[in-house]
Design a protein. Structure first.
Lengths: 108, 233
């Protein structure tokens, strides 16, 4: 866990890593253009990044590969709920419900 | 404040109001996620105000909690925010001739919902005052909803017992963002390669596995995109 002054420095740096991409063209003016190939590649950055954060949490248990664990089951429920329902709360309720049921109810 | 600014502000706000309801669960969940990652209430609201970016906040929380090196946290935030470069390029002509301080404020306030709502309609009028109102009012409203919802989550999180695995809310929130993106085949390729790559490369030093996985995912998505384009030609 990052703590104290370093935590606030971390927030400041994350903020910079946010306002720089957001402001890039707004601040520089519209004279500059992104090459189309780069623009196409950048479209894949969020999907790749989100997945690189999600999948390890679903497949790893304390750093070791464990494909059969309650988080993966809950994660699959979340994917189905998010794909099938327009209700913004449902994936959270269903995902947490399944995880708690498996961990607390069944002691998995 | 002149008439066309007010007119733009009214029109923008009216369009944003129904959409902003969708922000509330995000804001609350992000608030809860920050508290359950180990941040204090003050630190959580500080992050919410300073960073003001749901994806970057949720994405960096696991790294902050595990004490990852600073450069890795910043790089991850940067990658999660790369989409804003494209948004910024698309919306920039609307701020032509605006003052430096207004451009900085616009950059801080440029979130996904505001871009989706404003990016095309901003060009409906040539009047810079109307444009400024049409951007500023919905953007400030989103900011307000985000901070208020975040505060509700931050204060509410303390009520829930610690052993309820609430940190899993972060993973759920990230998944809910990913699912609509992955409906597109090439995005799905980027996501699968990025996710499995991060698992396969988890042994790399300095937690480099996440960044290496992301790079592989982008490359795979781009390759699938290129393959599809060639197939059509």
């Amino acid at each position: 866990m990052i703590e104290g002054v370093w935590l606030w420095i971390t927030f400041g740096l994350i903020a910079a890593a946010t306002i720089l991409p957001r402001g890039s063209f707004i601040l520089l003016g519209e004279g500059t253009r992104l090459p189309p190939a780069l623009q196409r590649a950048l479209r894949y950055a969020p999907a790749a990044a989100l997945s690189a954060l999600i999948v390890p949490d679903l497949l790893l248990d304390a750093g070791a590969f464990d494909p059969l664990n309650p988080k993966l089951v809950a994660g699959l429920v979340v994917i189905v709920a998010a794909a099938r329902s327009r209700n913004p709360w449902l994936p959270f309720i269903a995902g947490m419900g399944v995880l708690l049921l498996l961990r607390k109810g069944l002691g998995w | 404040m002149n008439e066309s600014f007010k007119r733009g502000a009214r029109e923008g706000f009216r369009l944003m109001l129904p959409m902003s309801v969708g922000l509330i669960p995000w804001a609350i969940v992000t608030g809860v996620a920050m508290r359950s990652s180990g941040l204090s209430a003050l630190e959580s609201m500080g992050m919410n105000l300073i960073v003001f970016a749901g994806t970057a906040q949720l994405g960096t929380l696991p790294l902050i909690a595990s004490g990852a090196p600073l450069w890795l946290i910043v790089l991850t935030a940067l990658v999660l925010n790369l989409r804003f470069v494209i948004f910024s390029a698309a919306i920039a002509p609307a701020f032509h001739g605006q003052s430096w301080s207004r451009r900085i404020a616009s950059s801080y306030l440029l979130v996904d919902g505001v871009f989706i709502l404003c990016s095309e309609k901003l060009f409906n009028s040539d009047d810079p005052q109307w444009r400024w109102g049409f951007y500023l009012a919905p953007a400030l409203w989103c900011w307000f909803v985000w901070q208020l919802g975040g505060l509700a989550g931050v204060l509410g999180a303390g009520v829930i017992p610690k052993d309820w695995s609430l940190e899993f809310m972060t993973t759920i929130a990230l998944t809910v963002m990913l699912v609509p993106m992955a409906q597109l085949r090439t995005m799905m390729v980027a996501a699968l390669v990025g996710g499995l790559g991060a698992v396969a490369l988890r042994g790399l030093p300095l937690k480099l596995g996440v960044i290496a996985g992301i790079a592989l995912g982008i490359a795979a998505g781009f390759a699938a995109d290129w393959h599809d384009r060639r197939g059509q030609a």
